[in-house]
Design a protein around this ligand. Structure first.
Ligand code: SF4
Length: 86
């Protein structure tokens, strides 16, 4: 029986990653918006809409993307109210 390192057995999902944005609410195009994976990049901020994200299905085909970063944890209702100063 072969033993795999724990890291190799953990699969990551793009939907849990902070670089994944989905159209139409988060971005114009669905895909991976990690700066290294952008297909077309623009330097100027006003040209952001012309950027084309990478194909997240292809990049994370085996679920072992090295650029995966978990999304920030959502605050509870109480924490959000306290931030507002209510
Ligand atoms: S391909 Fe990698 S970096 Fe891009 S959204 Fe998926 S897990 Fe995140």
């Amino acid at each position: 029986m072969s033993r795999l390192p724990l890291e190799a057995m953990i699969k990551v999902k793009c939907s849990d990653c902070r670089h994944f944005r989905e159209a139409p609410y988060q971005a114009l195009r669905t895909g991976c918006w990690h700066p290294d994976n952008l297909v077309v990049t623009q330097k100027e901020a006003f040209l952001d809409q012309q950027q084309i994200p990478g194909n997240h299905k292809k990049i994370n085909l085996r679920g072992d993307c090295k650029q995966f970063e978990a999304q920030p944890k959502k605050l509870s209702l109480l924490q959000r109210l306290m931030r507002l100063g209510a």
